[in-house]
Design a protein around this ligand. Structure first.
Ligand code: SF4
Length: 408
């Protein structure tokens, strides 16, 4: 949207704005509540800005917010490309659009970032019981390959060298066009300047043989975030997931043997997650070569089948289980980093409290002490100090580590 705004000046503080565009999230009831309280806060601003509402919340709460005059205007995802024209309309308007649209915007810069995020598709054909996303984003559709490659070429010419492919369900890329994510990855890797490609969350069943053939390629980051969501066979059925624990485990073992760090999403405390199912899940989880986790405690989303299921899990129990899961993965991550402490390729992304910070090929954070300005640079590190929280390297004191470093 920022790329399309040609006739407006962007400000960073709502207090200075005449118009505030709210790009809303609606993934849980809690997200809706946060959006509502943010909208209320806008009405108290001294300039009384015009409030224009968009994002996923447009499809769930948009109509009631518009009718109750909490917002002045609304446009849906498919209208985002028209934002410049829409904002010139000073009347109230309600333009929800559709859920089939394919965005053709070429985002030509990421201000203040070393890595570029490339959206390759929108929507999802799965129907997990807890998830509202397909109803607010629509079914899976892929962005035009030519556009994706053009966008990456432009960004590579500007100096970006790491690209992260994103979308609602990126593993479905190309399925309806007789192509695939693997084919797209190969084409991206041929663009001059592309050094490393990462992927957003991918579904286990979408890692097919064609994809597996690519895993040794040098352009592939040695980390995949694979959405398991749970490791109890029964819970996966209750959630209406398509993955199966034993197949998932075989896949994770295969990737781990090929030197991959593996992460996952995990929902804790979904309705019907009994003590027995939780115990089974943790027993299975310990077998998984996982080094990263993005865990959530289940949060109800009205309009989904899970929201009306009985046997909801008490908040304190969910919290306890969440902590148990987090402790298991924190230990696995520390063990992984102790084993993988050489030949790290790090793209330095920021400077924080006098330390440089970057991510290695395994998606582990490393803090680096250096008198040289290494911001935005790739560095190869042959030895680090794995600490419980994250890795550390002192470039000013390499002799003591008998390390070797190449600045690129
Ligand atoms: S695959 Fe992901 S986006 Fe699709 S329904 Fe399941 S959780 Fe939602």
């Amino acid at each position: 949207m920022m790329d399309k705004l040609k006739d407006f000046m962007l400000v960073l503080d709502e207090n200075d704005a005449d118009i505030v565009v709210v790009n809303s999230c609606t993934v849980t009831n809690g997200a809706d509540t946060k959006v509502r309280s943010y909208l209320n806060s806008l009405k108290k601003l001294p300039k009384n800005p015009r409030v224009v509402f968009t994002g996923c919340g447009a499809w769930t709460k948009g109509k009631s917010l518009f009718e109750s005059k909490k917002i002045d205007a609304l446009f849906g995802h498919s209208k985002k490309e028209e934002i410049n024209t829409l904002l010139k309309n000073k009347q109230t308007f309600f333009e929800l659009g559709n859920l089939e649209h394919i965005d053709k915007t070429i985002v030509s810069n990421f201000v203040g970032k070393s890595r570029a995020f490339i959206k390759v598709q929108e929507g999802c054909d799965f129907r997990c019981n807890y998830c509202i996303i397909p109803y607010v984003r629509g079914n899976a559709r892929s962005y035009d390959e030519k556009n994706i490659l053009a966008q990456i070429s432009i960004l590579a010419q500007k100096g970006f060298s790491e690209f992260i492919l994103t979308g609602t369900n990126i593993g479905s890329y190309g399925k309806k066009q007789n192509t695939s994510l693997a084919k797209l990855l190969k084409k991206i890797s041929l663009i001059s300047g592309v050094k490393r490609i990462r992927m957003g969350s991918i579904e286990p069943i979408q890692i097919d043989d064609e994809f597996k053939e690519l895993i040794k390629e040098p352009f592939m980051a040695r980390h995949l975030h694979i959405a398991l969501q749970h490791t109890s066979k029964e819970m996966l059925k209750i959630m209406n997931r398509r993955n199966k624990v034993l197949d998932d485990l075989a896949l994770f073992e295969f990737l781990s043997e090929n030197d991959y760090a593996l992460g996952s999403d995990f929902i804790v405390g979904h309705p019907k997650e009994s003590e027995e199912l939780w115990t089974e899940a943790m027993k299975n989880l310990k077998k998984f070569p996982l080094s990263h986790i993005h865990a959530f405690t289940y949060s109800k989303r009205d309009g989904t089948p899970s929201a009306t299921m009985d046997s909801q899990v008490r908040g304190d129990i969910a919290k306890k289980r969440y902590n148990e899961l987090r402790d298991i993965i924190n230990k696995k991550n520390y063990d992984f980093r102790k084993e993988h402490n050489t030949k790290l390729e790090v793209l330095v992304e920021q400077k924080k409290n006098d330390l440089f910070v970057g991510l290695d090929q395994y998606f582990n954070r490393i803090e680096i002490k250096s008198d040289k300005d290494i911001l935005g640079k790739w560095i190869n590190i042959d030895k680090i100090i794995p600490r419980r929280e994250h890795n550390f390297c002192d470039l000013n004191n390499l002799a003591s580590l008998s390390s070797h470093l190449v600045l690129k």
